[in-house]
Ligand binder design. Sequence first.
Ligand SMILES: Nc1ncnc2c1ncn2[C@@H]1O[C@H](COP(=O)(O)OP(=O)(O)OP(=O)(O)O)[C@@H](O)[C@H]1O
Length: 273
Amino acid sequence: MADTIVCLEAVTVRRDGAALLSEVNWSVSAGQRWVVLGPNGAGKTTLLLVAAGRLFPTGGAVDLFGSRLGTVDMRELRYRVGLVSPALTETPPADERVLDAVLTAAWSVFGRGHEHYDDIDMTRAAELLRQFGCGALLGRRYGTLSEGERKRVAIARALMTDPELVLLDEPASGLDLGAREALLRRLTRFAADPTAPAMVLVSHHVEEIPVGVTHALLLRDGRIVAAGPVEETLTAGPLSECFGIPLEITAAAGRYAARLAARPPRPRAAAPA
Ligand SMILES: Nc1ncnc2c1ncn2[C@@H]1O[C@H](COP(=O)(O)OP(=O)(O)OP(=O)(O)O)[C@@H](O)[C@H]1O
């Protein structure tokens, strides 16, 4: 399909004899906003790293922007993907100004040195920081920011290179209720922007899904339990199967909540023969 951004075909990732991902088929197209849900160890981060072109699968094939991984120079393609993940251990230096922590993404470096930046880069970095509620922090040192502020700065940095795909690994984890809601409000605006890149957001919690997510992928033990339009996928049956406990799920004004079901959900109907 012309607007397919990333496509995984029968992707398997094995490490030390363990299958982190098994036979995963999944694709993300322009304009889509995905949430990837699953319990600890389901393979969510691994999936994101494969989709970002940062981890080469043991089996199967990955096409990123129409190019097959393994046949192209990945440095070119990675530039077109904004990735925010705890799996990326490098962070801006503690004494870096917040504006520079975002600006330096233009050169893929951490810590401003002698690189040249145009006024347009400065304006873009400042605008992205404002978009994610960090307009008052431009002159602050990165090391003085709260966890919630750092997460929003990391998203602004990931968007600095104007990526076509943005991958966010648990952006709301560790945030207090106010910080989580502030972040989700920003992500809701982002999701509603038709000019924004395709987005994939990883989470453990349906409460952390921003309004405007269009698709969901449920992962368990490295395998897809369900994937498709969010309203069809985020239902009690697949979610219970994914997390291994009987769950009931409610939706209100585009937000979701899940809790242990009073009664186990009815099994999914078998597909007609
Ligand atoms: N080198 C490795 N060898 C063996 N197992 C590994 C290796 N690296 C990761 N794993 C395992 O692969 C599984 C998937 O890891 P991954 O980080 O992708 O899961 P996740 O769904 O993101 O988990 P979490 O929600 O806890 O962050 C985990 O059980 C992890 O322990």
